[in-house]
Design a protein around this ligand. Structure first.
Ligand code: ADP
Ligand code: 5GP
Length: 194
């Protein structure tokens, strides 16, 4: 069986990565065989988030253990909390013929690219910082300090990407339906390419 591909959707917190990727996965043509692999995090679950579906919620001690054991393909503690993706799960799904999508920050995307140079990276960008702030607030998930931190981080990652680009595709997430269609087009195009 042909090995699945690896995609990363990166972009600032609150830009809409999760919303867009979940919609694309839900609406994918059956033959696309795309799967979203949930990350591990030390942050607390938000209202409605399910363990094992949105994230695997673990303690900082468990995260450290996994990190030391080489469990993560990549990890980032750039936010308040640590986040990482499971190396073995990703490898297994790809061997089974599924293409994997990771929703992670740029710091993690860089590590993935170093280990898996064939990775296709899509950067989702907000129409403006004001709109990003509005979305972060509309999610009702972060306190004021966390919103401010995420906005600062967004500017930092944007500068890093401008100085040293790693994304093959840039999609402005303005109108949601247009973005979903565009990301779906990119994924399907990459999947049928070879
Ligand atoms: P991320 O995964 O990048 O942190 P989310 O998917 O959680 O972001 O989206 C953040 C918020 O923005 C959510 O409330 C979501 O419904 C909203 N959102 C996502 N895309 C759009 C869009 N194109 N227009 C308006 N709101 C959006
Ligand atoms: P949130 O707390 O809003 O769910 O996520 C904060 C940021 O961490 C987002 O930009 C999100 O994409 C990123 N993130 C989520 N999971 C991972 C992961 O496994 N690795 C990395 N590097 N970043 C992640």
């Amino acid at each position: 069986m042909k090995r699945g591909k690896l995609f990363v959707v990166m972009g600032p917190s609150g830009v809409g990565k999760t919303t867009v990727v979940k919609a694309v996965i839900k609406r994918q043509p059956i033959e696309a065989r795309l799967t979203l692999v949930a990350s591990y995090t030390t942050r607390s679950p938000r209202y409605g988030e399910q363990n094992g579906f949105d994230y695997y919620f673990i303690s900082p001690a468990e995260f450290e253990e996994k990190k030391s054991a080489g469990f993560f393909l990549e990890w980032s503690c750039a936010y308040r909390g640590c986040y990482g993706t499971a190396r073995d799960v990703i490898a297994r799904r790809r061997t089974e013929g599924f293409s994997v999508v990771l929703v992670i920050d740029r710091h993690g995307a860089l590590q993935v690219l170093e280990k898996e140079p064939e990775t296709i990276i899509i950067s989702l960008e907000p129409p403006s910082l004001e709109e990003l702030e509005r979305r972060l607030r509309s999610r009702n998930a972060d306190d004021e300090a966390s919103v401010q931190f995420r906005l600062e981080r967004a500017e930092q990652e944007r500068t890093d990407e401008l100085n040293s680009p790693i994304a093959q595709f840039i999609v402005f997430n303005d109108d949601l339906e247009t973005t979903i269609a565009r990301v779906q087009d990119i994924l399907v195009q990459c999947l049928i390419e070879d």
